[in-house]
Design a protein around this ligand. Structure first.
Ligand SMILES: [Mn+2]
Length: 373
């Protein structure tokens, strides 16, 4: 029997620049969670850990980031690690794995060639990436192992043909699911996609899986933050694939349409179901009367205190200002009233969105002044 942990796409060194201040937290967490994976491997008495590519975001990753990862490898020196270069950390003259430090880690084997590798009676068939532009179907390189004894595991990095696109010309780094039947391997461990996914072979048996990234990278990723515990009793048996949570960050993206003043209560009610999210993105769109702007801002100010990182997108949100004279409110002061009417007359005549925003901003400030806030 073989029991191992499968992981991939750590993307260490990624900037996460689009996340603003939270980028730092995401970068640090991605490193910390590697220790979590190795801890899971230890607890489950794994024979080894298979790392299926894109450990680093690029080959020019800083030596500081490399050191942080290697330090974790050293802390778990009793766990054998098998690392496949992916497209972000591909082999070649400028490969990160050409750095001396990688030859000094006793428990790490970098799978640099397609040569089969025997590990305690199980054979690994690595398909390392040499170039991002590799067009050939990688799994065509797998040898025929049906007649051979022992459990045989393919280790690759790329996109599975047929999962989203039917032809291999349409996808990068193509992987052919029929390689299971053609070569007779028991399992194909894959990296490259950030979501955890399992796929069946031609006989309907789940023998192909992506672990997905160990720590979610973006708001739109689903089923991220897992590693896989894979157990195969003997040659030909159905692999038992168990996803185990290793990611720590929680992500939530929530879209909400504002229709009128009543939407504020609805928004508050919806937001009650979310507490303590690490990465929260609220996308507000639609329309709301300008006079409710302060209340909206108060609601959002409070929401910010409930989550580690609360980001609000309001690109699609419009503040509605009544422009006809009979809708105009009394502001309690002749100068304020006069300014209010003047700004509204400007707004009535203005078509340019940016200029309208400036006028609305001015009106908003004027109304705050009138309220004495
Ligand atoms: Mn990749």
């Amino acid at each position: 029997m073989v029991r191992f942990i499968q992981t991939s796409d750590w993307q260490i060194g990624m900037k996460a620049g689009g996340l603003g201040d939270a980028g730092f937290i995401v970068r640090e967490k991605r490193i910390e969670s590697i220790a979590k994976i190795l801890e899971i491997a230890k607890q489950n008495k794994s024979d080894f850990v298979l790392i299926c590519g894109d450990v680093f975001e690029h080959n020019m990753v800083s030596s500081e980031d490399v050191s942080k990862v290697v330090s974790i490898f050293n802390k778990y020196s009793d766990i054998s690690l098998y690392l496949l270069p992916g497209n972000h950390d591909s082999l070649g003259p400028d490969s990160v794995y050409n750095r001396d430090i990688f030859s000094r880690i006793p428990n790490l084997t970098i799978l640099r060639t397609c040569e089969p590798l025997e590990v305690n009676g199980t054979t690994l068939y690595p398909l390392p990436i040499e170039s991002y532009y590799q067009k050939e179907v990688q799994t065509d390189k797998l040898q025929y192992v049906k007649e051979l004894e022992g459990v045989h595991i393919g280790v690759a990095h790329g996109s599975l043909i047929g999962a989203f696109h039917s032809s291999h010309e349409e996808i990068d780094l193509p992987i052919d699911p029929s390689c299971i039947e053609k070569s007779g391997i028991d399992y194909l461990a894959l990296g490259h996609w950030h979501s955890y996914r399992e796929f069946t072979d031609d006989n309907g048996v789940k023998r192909i899986a992506y672990s997905g990234t160990h720590e979610q990278t973006r708001y739109d990723e689903d089923s991220a933050g897992y590693c896989l515990l894979v157990e195969i009793n003997e040659k030909g048996d159905t692999p038992k694939i168990t996803p185990i949570r290793c990611g720590e960050l929680t992500w939530k993206s929530f879209d909400f349409e504002m229709k009128d003043a009543a939407s504020l209560n609805e928004l508050t009610k919806h937001m009650e179901s979310f507490r303590g999210v690490d990465m929260f993105r609220l996308n507000l769109f639609g329309e709301i009367p300008l006079e409710n702007r302060d209340e909206l801002e108060n609601i959002l100010e409070y929401q910010k205190t409930l989550h580690s990182n609360f980001r609000i997108k309001t690109d699609g949100l419009q503040y509605i200002v009544p422009v006809s004279p009979d809708e105009v409110k009394e502001l309690g002061d002749p100068t304020l009233n006069q300014t209010d009417r003047y700004l509204r007359s400007l707004l009535r005549a203005e078509d340019d969105t940016k200029k309208r925003d400036v006028i609305i901003e001015a009106l908003s400030k004027l109304h705050r002044l009138a309220k004495g806030s």
